[in-house]
Design a protein around this ligand. Sequence first.
Ligand SMILES: [Zn+2]
Length: 137
Amino acid sequence: MIHYTLRCKKDHAFEGWFRDSAAFEVEVAAKRLSCPTCNSKAIERAPMAPAVARSGEKRAAAKDPKAMRTMLLAMRKQIEATHDYVGPAFAEEARKIHYGEAEERGIYGETSAEEAAALAEEGVPVASVPWIERGDA
Ligand SMILES: [Zn+2]
């Protein structure tokens, strides 16, 4: 059984238990669900709280390191395709872009944790990502 928080189109929230997510879809499509407050049959799942989604992700990653690796590799590929590589000059280049001294674009490269923190403090948007090696080594 799974538990969903549901919401009608008038924004009344209520709870529902279903065998699985498919069973929920069937009930909604057949209009067998109705809001206990206003009887509306326009029902949808309320979005999950972010904290719930995050802890779910963590569990999935811990259980399945292979899926985690696939996800990180996909992320790396996407960054490489859409960002310019600037290597160890990352912090310097990020500042130039932030202060309008270099062309505005996405960049990636290496920097120290201290530099990254200093950049963040200056308001330069930086993110550190786990950069995993390609191949099986
Ligand atoms: Zn309602």
